[in-house]
Write a protein that binds this ligand. Structure first.
Ligand SMILES: [Fe+2]
Ligand SMILES: [Fe+2]
Length: 246
């Protein structure tokens, strides 16, 4: 059996070997900070190889990662989603709504913030009931529009964040009109109702509280999330290996 020291050395060796690989960033990581039209400066490669797998600066994910593994190893703090899910549960909503609340902002937590409702829905679509991903897709839009029938007001926080004069763009207005008339409108609306504006730093909600709900409502692929043939598997792979050259 390898000693702790040997294991540490092996890990270190693996890391230095991996870091010999050249890591480049996707345009989307830097666009805005730099002008994407300008060729990115590249370090001289001097015969070195480019990274084509696990980024040694990140914790290694299991070979067959689960949804929870992504929460543990790749997502930023998820207290907001966990507390929203617990609130939905406390409010007596259906399992679908609780699951939707638990996952509604995963794109912000681990992928791309802009248009996060759409990205989150697309990531999840192959693995959840259509109603759940639909609700997640439109929660982003519905957040901008009040619905007095359920006591949902335009978030005060949005005035702070975007200014009092922000008006949702025409495509968002159109998405709202569409969602408003849809049979799953209320599922999506319930995400916004349980979407906490500010979470309580003193309340700790564990992912494991939702093991059963996820088990019943999320189709975990046997190959591991990202290594299955679903239409969004590549997005999960990119979260797992965000710096692969190709
Ligand atoms: Fe959101
Ligand atoms: Fe949210």
């Amino acid at each position: 059996m390898a000693t702790t020291m040997q294991r540490a050395e092996a890990a270190e060796h693996a890391m230095s070997e991996e870091l010999d690989r050249i890591v480049v960033k996707s345009v989307i990581y830097t666009s805005g900070e730099r002008d994407p039209r300008v060729p990115a400066p590249r370090p001289p490669d001097q015969g070195r190889l480019y990274l084509m797998g696990h980024d040694p600066r990140l914790p290694k994910m299991p070979d067959k990662p689960t949804l929870f593994d992504f929460f543990r190893y790749r997502f930023g703090p998820s207290a907001h989603m966990l507390q929203s899910a617990r609130l939905a549960q406390k409010n007596g909503t259906s399992e679908k709504v609780v699951l939707a609340c638990l996952l509604h902002d995963i794109a912000i937590a681990g992928f791309i913030r802009s248009d996060h409702g759409y990205w989150s829905a697309q990531l999840l679509e192959p693995y959840v009931d259509e109603e759940v991903s639909w609700a997640i897709r439109y929660h982003q839009t519905l957040r901008f529009f009040a619905d007095e029938s359920v006591g949902y007001k335009y978030p005060e926080m949005y005035v702070k964040l975007f200014g009092a004069d922000y008006v949702p763009e025409p495509h968002i207005q159109a998405a709202h009109r569409y969602a408003r008339e849809h049979k799953w409108y209320m599922t999506s609306r319930l995400i916004t109702v349980n979407d906490l504006y500010s979470f309580d730093p003193n309340v700790k909600v564990e992912l494991e509280e939702f093991t059963d709900i996820v088990g019943r409502n999320f189709k975990q692929p046997k190959e591991g999330l990202g290594f299955d043939p679903s239409p969004s598997a590549h997005m999960w792979r990119t979260i797992n290996w965000p710096t692969r050259y190709l």
